[in-house]
Design a protein around this ligand. Structure first.
Ligand code: FE2
Length: 190
Protein backbone atom coordinates (compact mmCIF):
# COMPACT_ATOMS: atom_id res chain seq x y z
CA UNK A 1 0.00 0.00 0.00
CA UNK A 2 1.38 3.36 -1.00
CA UNK A 3 1.34 6.41 1.19
CA UNK A 4 1.02 9.74 -0.61
CA UNK A 5 1.74 13.30 0.51
CA UNK A 6 -1.99 13.97 0.48
CA UNK A 7 -2.65 10.96 2.77
CA UNK A 8 0.16 12.17 5.01
CA UNK A 9 -1.41 15.64 5.17
CA UNK A 10 -4.80 14.06 5.97
CA UNK A 11 -3.13 12.28 8.89
CA UNK A 12 -1.47 15.52 10.01
CA UNK A 13 -4.89 17.20 9.97
CA UNK A 14 -6.32 14.43 12.17
CA UNK A 15 -3.47 14.82 14.64
CA UNK A 16 -3.82 18.60 14.68
CA UNK A 17 -7.52 18.21 15.44
CA UNK A 18 -6.57 16.31 18.60
CA UNK A 19 -4.82 19.47 19.85
CA UNK A 20 -1.75 17.57 20.99
CA UNK A 21 1.12 19.38 22.66
CA UNK A 22 4.40 19.64 20.77
CA UNK A 23 5.95 16.52 22.32
CA UNK A 24 2.90 14.36 21.59
CA UNK A 25 2.60 15.79 18.09
CA UNK A 26 6.23 15.02 17.29
CA UNK A 27 5.90 11.48 18.65
CA UNK A 28 2.80 10.90 16.53
CA UNK A 29 4.25 12.43 13.35
CA UNK A 30 7.55 10.52 13.44
CA UNK A 31 6.25 7.11 12.28
CA UNK A 32 4.12 8.77 9.60
CA UNK A 33 7.09 10.78 8.27
CA UNK A 34 9.12 7.56 8.17
CA UNK A 35 6.34 5.85 6.23
CA UNK A 36 6.20 8.71 3.70
CA UNK A 37 10.00 8.76 3.35
CA UNK A 38 10.05 5.01 2.75
CA UNK A 39 7.18 5.15 0.26
CA UNK A 40 9.16 7.57 -1.91
CA UNK A 41 6.55 7.86 -4.69
CA UNK A 42 6.57 11.65 -4.13
CA UNK A 43 10.25 11.83 -5.03
CA UNK A 44 11.30 13.79 -8.11
CA UNK A 45 14.92 14.02 -9.29
CA UNK A 46 14.49 17.83 -9.42
CA UNK A 47 14.44 17.77 -5.61
CA UNK A 48 18.15 16.91 -5.62
CA UNK A 49 19.07 20.28 -7.19
CA UNK A 50 20.81 22.76 -4.88
CA UNK A 51 18.92 26.06 -5.16
CA UNK A 52 19.98 28.32 -2.31
CA UNK A 53 23.14 30.20 -1.38
CA UNK A 54 23.41 27.97 1.69
CA UNK A 55 24.17 24.85 -0.34
CA UNK A 56 20.75 23.26 0.12
CA UNK A 57 17.85 22.58 -2.24
CA UNK A 58 14.37 23.11 -0.85
CA UNK A 59 11.16 21.85 -2.46
CA UNK A 60 7.80 22.66 -0.91
CA UNK A 61 5.46 19.64 -0.77
CA UNK A 62 2.73 21.12 1.40
CA UNK A 63 1.84 24.23 3.39
CA UNK A 64 -1.52 25.21 4.85
CA UNK A 65 -2.92 28.64 4.02
CA UNK A 66 -2.05 29.78 7.55
CA UNK A 67 1.53 28.46 7.04
CA UNK A 68 1.02 25.57 9.48
CA UNK A 69 1.87 21.92 8.70
CA UNK A 70 4.62 22.63 6.21
CA UNK A 71 6.34 19.71 4.47
CA UNK A 72 9.52 20.22 2.45
CA UNK A 73 12.26 18.09 1.02
CA UNK A 74 15.77 19.39 1.62
CA UNK A 75 18.77 18.34 -0.48
CA UNK A 76 22.16 18.91 1.16
CA UNK A 77 25.25 19.46 -0.95
CA UNK A 78 28.36 17.47 -0.13
CA UNK A 79 30.86 20.32 -0.13
CA UNK A 80 29.11 23.71 -0.17
CA UNK A 81 26.97 23.65 2.94
CA UNK A 82 26.82 26.99 4.70
CA UNK A 83 24.00 26.52 7.19
CA UNK A 84 24.72 28.03 10.62
CA UNK A 85 23.41 26.56 13.89
CA UNK A 86 19.72 27.43 13.98
CA UNK A 87 16.43 26.65 15.63
CA UNK A 88 13.01 26.51 13.94
CA UNK A 89 10.61 28.31 16.28
CA UNK A 90 8.22 25.38 15.80
CA UNK A 91 8.35 21.60 16.19
CA UNK A 92 10.22 19.74 13.46
CA UNK A 93 10.33 16.11 12.33
CA UNK A 94 13.10 15.07 9.91
CA UNK A 95 13.13 11.73 8.08
CA UNK A 96 16.15 10.52 6.14
CA UNK A 97 15.57 9.69 2.48
CA UNK A 98 18.86 9.55 0.54
CA UNK A 99 22.46 9.54 1.69
CA UNK A 100 23.61 9.98 5.26
CA UNK A 101 23.08 13.19 7.24
CA UNK A 102 24.63 14.03 10.57
CA UNK A 103 22.33 16.18 12.68
CA UNK A 104 24.40 17.90 15.32
CA UNK A 105 22.46 19.23 18.30
CA UNK A 106 23.73 22.38 20.00
CA UNK A 107 22.84 23.91 23.35
CA UNK A 108 22.88 27.41 24.75
CA UNK A 109 25.83 27.76 27.11
CA UNK A 110 25.01 31.19 28.57
CA UNK A 111 22.07 32.00 30.82
CA UNK A 112 20.72 34.85 28.68
CA UNK A 113 21.71 37.49 31.22
CA UNK A 114 24.37 39.18 29.05
CA UNK A 115 23.81 42.93 28.62
CA UNK A 116 23.53 42.51 24.84
CA UNK A 117 20.06 41.05 24.23
CA UNK A 118 21.25 39.16 21.13
CA UNK A 119 24.21 37.55 22.94
CA UNK A 120 24.11 33.74 22.71
CA UNK A 121 26.84 31.16 23.21
CA UNK A 122 26.09 27.77 21.69
CA UNK A 123 28.12 24.56 21.59
CA UNK A 124 27.58 21.13 20.00
CA UNK A 125 26.51 18.49 22.52
CA UNK A 126 25.44 15.39 20.56
CA UNK A 127 24.66 14.11 17.10
CA UNK A 128 22.43 11.65 15.28
CA UNK A 129 23.17 10.18 11.84
CA UNK A 130 20.09 9.61 9.73
CA UNK A 131 19.49 7.66 6.57
CA UNK A 132 16.35 6.11 5.07
CA UNK A 133 14.34 4.57 7.93
CA UNK A 134 15.60 7.03 10.56
CA UNK A 135 13.56 9.94 11.92
CA UNK A 136 14.44 12.64 14.44
CA UNK A 137 12.33 15.34 16.07
CA UNK A 138 13.27 18.77 17.39
CA UNK A 139 11.37 21.05 19.74
CA UNK A 140 10.89 24.74 18.80
CA UNK A 141 14.04 25.84 20.67
CA UNK A 142 16.31 22.92 19.75
CA UNK A 143 19.37 24.13 17.80
CA UNK A 144 21.02 22.05 15.08
CA UNK A 145 23.40 21.94 12.17
CA UNK A 146 23.53 19.32 9.44
CA UNK A 147 26.54 17.73 7.77
CA UNK A 148 26.33 15.53 4.72
CA UNK A 149 28.53 12.59 5.74
CA UNK A 150 27.55 10.16 2.97
CA UNK A 151 28.24 10.00 -0.75
CA UNK A 152 26.88 12.73 -3.02
CA UNK A 153 23.87 14.98 -2.42
CA UNK A 154 21.62 13.79 0.42
CA UNK A 155 17.89 14.34 0.84
CA UNK A 156 15.61 14.45 3.86
CA UNK A 157 11.92 15.07 4.42
CA UNK A 158 11.11 17.87 6.89
CA UNK A 159 7.74 18.49 8.53
CA UNK A 160 7.16 21.60 10.65
CA UNK A 161 4.31 22.74 12.87
CA UNK A 162 4.60 26.01 10.96
CA UNK A 163 6.68 27.16 8.00
CA UNK A 164 9.91 28.21 9.79
CA UNK A 165 10.11 31.33 7.66
CA UNK A 166 6.95 32.52 9.41
CA UNK A 167 8.15 31.83 12.96
CA UNK A 168 10.48 33.81 15.22
CA UNK A 169 13.55 31.69 14.81
CA UNK A 170 17.25 32.29 15.09
CA UNK A 171 20.62 31.46 13.65
CA UNK A 172 23.66 31.54 15.91
CA UNK A 173 27.01 33.04 14.96
CA UNK A 174 29.62 31.05 16.85
CA UNK A 175 32.39 33.58 16.13
CA UNK A 176 30.60 36.65 17.48
CA UNK A 177 28.25 34.80 19.87
CA UNK A 178 25.24 36.59 18.52
CA UNK A 179 21.76 35.34 17.58
CA UNK A 180 19.84 36.87 14.71
CA UNK A 181 16.66 36.14 12.79
CA UNK A 182 16.91 33.46 10.09
CA UNK A 183 14.85 33.44 6.91
CA UNK A 184 15.56 30.98 4.10
CA UNK A 185 14.19 31.52 0.64
CA UNK A 186 12.11 28.45 -0.25
CA UNK A 187 12.63 28.65 -3.99
CA UNK A 188 10.28 26.61 -6.04
CA UNK A 189 11.82 23.65 -7.85
CA UNK A 190 10.03 24.68 -11.06
FE1 FE2 B 1 16.96 23.03 10.47
Amino acid sequence: MGYTVSEYVDDLHSLRDQQLDDAAMMAAVKPLAKKLAEDGSWFDEKMMAINTDMGVGISLLHEEDDHSLTVISVAWSKDNLDVPPHDHGTWAVVAGVKGLERNILWQRQDDGSHEAPDYAEVAPVSHADITLGDVIAMSPTDIHTVENVGEGVSLSLHTYGKNPNTTDRFQYDTKTNRAKALKVDFKSMD
